[in-house]
Write a protein that binds this ligand. Structure first.
Ligand code: DAH
Length: 360
């Protein structure tokens, strides 16, 4: 039997498969630019592995056919397939290891914290000058045995006027014109409203102060603002006299401005007190001779005061035979403006941090 010289050895496809593999494999890099790119390459590497080594790969198909090959060539064929398979496996494993190492390092880098970078210093806030002033006033009265009352800013006519002995049509309503709602309410024009609420809630005796916002229909100017702060004071008990009022306010200014501070009471008129007085204290800056702060008078106005009018006690169901009382009302922002020598009270409400920062 002679060999058929025309019979050609079947072409070994391993070289073609290897080229196809190398062509696709070349696109994988050892050091991708980003973590995302590396993770993407890892996914694609898996696809490549399936394509060239999986059950449906050409290499798998060729290996199945190996039985059909001429036994003389079979060994060579098998060997090249084996080598190719090893080569592909090795290449993919190497690449995978590199990519995984890269991903791991990149993740660690991304999650690491550089503790040597200087921190950002948080800017601590601070209290508004009016709040500081209010707290100083509260501290003094609390230490004198007064409760601090907080009450509503939207009121009825009864609390803002009638119960305070200011009936409808009374001229004292005019300078206290305020902002009204359509259904019979108004923004309170004075903290004196809290006198009535406090007596209704607590009955007599009662000792309280009520700091809070009040509103008036004023055009803003350096000394006026449609919204400002007052502190109301009320002391009702058996045998309370004008002397208690004078002693209390004298003690208050001593604690606020120093024991050398003098007080002065000038007769005045308020519908809800009888008798009524304006209270002044000697200037905390010059102490009497006169300066810019007290406008050269030596005295600074503290607020209004007086003995609670019996009509007010009655409006709150307090027995006027048994009880008497005194009341006072001070302006917080006015006092604040004096102490800090502000030329314009509106500064307190503009929230300009360049101004507010100075009260740290
Ligand atoms: N409520 C008055 C006002 O806003 C201030 C005032 C004066 C309050 C005399 C009082 C007082 O308690 O006795 O102008």
């Amino acid at each position: 039997m002679t060999e058929d010289k025309n019979q050609q050895a079947p072409e070994n496809p391993s070289e073609r498969i290897r080229k196809a593999f190398e062509f696709e494999f070349e696109r994988f890099s050892d050091s991708p630019e980003t973590l995302l790119a590396a993770e993407d390459q890892l996914k694609k590497l898996l696809d490549l592995e399936v394509k060239f080594l999986g059950k449906k790969s050409e290499l798998a198909a060729q290996k199945k056919m190996i039985g059909n090959i001429d036994p003389k060539l079979r060994r060579d064929f098998a060997l090249t397939f084996q080598n190719l398979e090893k080569h592909i496996e090795q290449s993919i494993d190497d690449k995978r290891l590199r990519l995984e190492t890269f991903v791991l390092r990149a993740r660690v880098a991304r999650e690491s914290i550089d503790v040597t970078i200087p921190g950002r210093r948080p800017r601590p806030g601070h209290l508004h000058p009016i709040t500081l002033m209010r707290q100083r006033i509260e501290d003094i009265f609390v230490s004198l045995g007064y409760a601090v009352e907080d009450d509503r800013e939207i009121e009825t006519d009864f609390y803002n006027f009638d119960a305070l002995n200011i009936p409808e049509g009374h001229p004292a309503r005019d300078p206290q014109d305020t902002f009204y709602t359509t259904d019979g309410f108004a923004l309170r024009s004075q903290t004196s409203t809290v006198q009535i609420h406090a007596m209704q809630r607590r009955g007599a005796p009662v000792r309280m102060i009520a700091p809070g916002r009040v509103f008036r229909r004023d055009t803003p100017d350096p000394t006026h603002n449609p919204m400002f702060y007052q502190v109301e004071g009320l002391c009702v008990d058996r045998g309370i006299t004008m002397a208690h009022l004078k002693g209390t306010l004298a003690e208050f200014v001593h604690r606020l401005f120093g024991p050398q501070t003098k007080t002065r009471f000038r007769p005045s008129y308020f519908p809800f007190t009888e008798p009524s007085a304006e209270v002044d204290y000697s200037c905390f800056s010059c102490g009497g001779p006169g300066c810019r702060i007290c406008k050269w008078s030596g005295w600074i106005e503290l607020g209004g005061s007086g003995m609670v009018h019996p009509n007010v006690l009655r409006a709150a169901n307090v027995d006027t035979e048994e009880f008497t009382g005194f009341a006072f009302g001070l302006g917080i922002d006015r006092t604040c403006a004096r102490i800090y020598q502000l030329d314009d009270i509106r500064l307190l409400f503009e929230n300009d941090v360049r101004f507010l920062e100075q009260f740290r």
